[in-house]
Design a protein around this ligand. Structure first.
Ligand code: ZN
Length: 172
């Protein structure tokens, strides 16, 4: 099966900043990354790069910022009272930390300047403005279940259950 909208793709990836250091390696996790294609779960360049791929395919792709986490925007610097940080005394310039949002959830921010009672934080995604190199290995492509389509994300499948006569069903 080829990866396309409404298929579920599991894959391993290594992410490097272009010409630079390793940023992430999915093999450090127990399981590969699992996504439902065509539902905004991935950055645009990754959606496009996975399109048409099949299980076992390995490839590399380089993504400019506009296909990845966007350009770095200088207007995304905000001055936040120190009390909103979990450990304000330990803040360091350049540190990536997370802030609770009024709307719920958390946002990753980079500390730019520490004042007496406020902190200037950069709310750009830490990878904004960067060209990224991904090395990808597709593990599996399968059709999405109705439940996954309704939820707009992929679900990890339980391991195949034994059939009544005690044999595991043949895998596809
Ligand atoms: Zn769900």
């Amino acid at each position: 099966m080829k990866a396309s909208k409404d298929t579920v793709v599991s894959f391993h990836y290594e992410l490097h900043e272009a010409g630079g250091e390793l940023i992430e390696n999915s093999r450090e996790q127990d399981q590969p990354m699992l996504v439902l294609l065509g539902h905004g779960q991935l950055i645009p360049g990754m959606e496009a790069a996975l399109e048409g791929r099949e299980s076992g395919e390995a490839f590399e792709v380089e993504l400019a910022p506009e296909e990845a986490y966007g350009e770095h925007r200088d207007d995304l610097i905000q001055r936040v009272p120190k009390k909103y940080f979990p450990q304000p005394k330990h803040l360091k310039t350049g540190q990536v930390t997370s802030l609770a949002l009024r709307s719920g959830g958390r946002q990753q921010v980079t500390v730019r300047k520490i004042g007496m009672s406020t902190v200037d934080v950069d709310i750009n995604h830490p990878l904004a403005g960067k060209t990224l190199q991904f090395a990808i290995e597709v593990v599996e492509v399968r059709g999405a279940t109705p439940e996954e389509l309704a939820h707009g994300h992929a679900h990890r499948q339980p391991p195949p259950a034994a059939t009544e006569d005690g044999e595991a069903p043949a895998s596809a």
